[in-house]
Design a protein around this ligand. Structure first.
Ligand SMILES: Cc1ncc(COP(=O)(O)O)c(C=O)c1O
Length: 375
């Protein structure tokens, strides 16, 4: 083993992000404690305004999770029983939860080999008279193939909802994701590029009617306290999360730039290895929520990294069409070969704004060592 500048590299280091912000965060939380607005309230409203401006959206509605925001987006489109929604099998399960929660059927379509995002070229074939929407994911922070997807959506008069839960600040043809579809959902789960100190999410839309109904649905279906227009949910964002997110949002642009710098440095360092590296499609600027490499010997590499105290993870080890919870949909192994290969070969390396050059060089060194010694 080579002499190392660093002992270990954690997969994720939330403490490194918190340390320089601690005083600002403490003051923001103290503000919430002083105003005692623990559910929604002024800190959430301010964050909603700021995040809407950041994404250039008309409306942002704060939720208690990205999952809730996605659920409400599909409810607002009146998608329900016997309907179908087209989505990707290579994503976190919450994408398809939203479809299942409204009683509709997720219809999976294979992904593109370069980005792992929904393969727009295969979507049209999956449209049936029951299709009610298209739900692409900006996976790992890389924008979905939006233009062709929007052409198909328009042609078939289908709404497109963006699952932007991993893609805060990612750009497609220069514009931040979140307003390409009729609605979009973001997650502020702590490990996300913009993470709360607990659960959080947001729905963005440019349509005032959707925004008003989303606000009502997240709060027990009421616009006026104790008067319930329809069956609603307790999906409110907490005041403290709004306060924390408000502080962190000011740093997001710089953090995204730092993530992109880490990614480019990984590209340089790993270029000569047998790994397949993530690449940006033309016109796309990834927010690099994850840096996912691929190799057929993924499991051995993962073990080697872990033995050498390098954190790594799998996103995701089993595509959604093969999950037990969706057995009743009738999919089988081999249905989506690209997604299945991705699940077998993907490996997420540490990436966060605070990752130092020494740390990322250490990751690259250990990977090179693996390939040099691997028989
Ligand atoms: C692609 C994707 N969709 C949806 C979600 C759900 O977000 P949350 O965990 O905030 O409910 C996540 C978050 O993990 C995600 O990565």
């Amino acid at each position: 083993m080579l002499a190392r500048k660093v002992e270990s590299v954690p997969y994720l280091d939330l403490k490194a992000q918190m340390r320089p912000l601690r005083r600002e965060i403490d003051a923001a939380i103290a503000h919430t404690l002083d105003n005692c607005s623990f559910c929604l309230g002024p800190d959430v409203t301010k964050f909603e305004q700021d995040f809407a401006r950041f994404c250039d959206a008309e409306h942002c509605i704060g939720f208690n999770s990205g999952t809730s925001a996605l659920h409400i987006a599909l409810l607002l489109l009146d998608i329900g029983r016997d309907d179908e929604v087209i989505t990707t099998p290579s994503t976190f399960v919450a994408t398809s939860w939203a479809i299942s929660y409204v009683g509709a059927r997720p219809v999976f379509v294979d992904v593109d080999d370069a980005t792992f995002n929904l393969n727009a070229g295969l979507v049209e074939k999956a449209i049936t008279p029951r299709t009610r929407g298209i739900l692409p994911v900006h996976l790992y922070g890389h924008p979905a193939d939006l233009d062709p997807l929007l052409v198909i959506a328009r042609k078939h008069r289908l709404p497109l909802v963006e699952d932007a839960c991993q893609a805060h600040g990612a750009r497609y043809k220069g514009r931040r994701v979140g307003t390409f579809g009729v609605m979009s959902a973001f997650s502020f789960y702590p490990g996300k590029n913009l993470g709360a100190y607990g659960e959080g999410g947001a729905l963005l839309t440019n349509k005032a009617a959707f925004a008003a109904r989303a606000r009502s649905l997240r709060e027990h279906g009421s616009r006026e306290r104790y008067y319930h227009e329809e069956i609603g949910f307790n999906y409110r964002m907490e005041g403290i999360q709004g306060a924390v997110l408000g502080v962190k949002l000011k740093h997001l642009e710089q953090w995204t730039a730092q993530r992109r710098r880490v990614a480019h440095r990984y590209h340089e360092l790993l270029e000569d290895t047998p790994l397949q590296l993530p690449r940006e499609a033309p016109g796309c600027e990834s927010a690099y929520h994850l840096y996912v490499v691929r190799h057929p010997r993924r499991d051995a590499l993962k073990q080697y990294l872990e033995k050498n105290k390098i954190g790594c993870a799998l996103h995701y080890p089993l595509p959604l069409h093969l999950q037990k919870c969706y057995a009743s949909l009738g999919y089988k192994a081999g249905d989506f070969p690209v997604a299945e290969k991705a699940a077998r070969e993907c490996l997420s390396l540490p990436i966060y704004p605070e990752l130092t050059d020494d740390q990322l060089e250490c990751v690259a060194e250990v990977i090179k060592e693996f390939f040099a010694t691997a028989s």
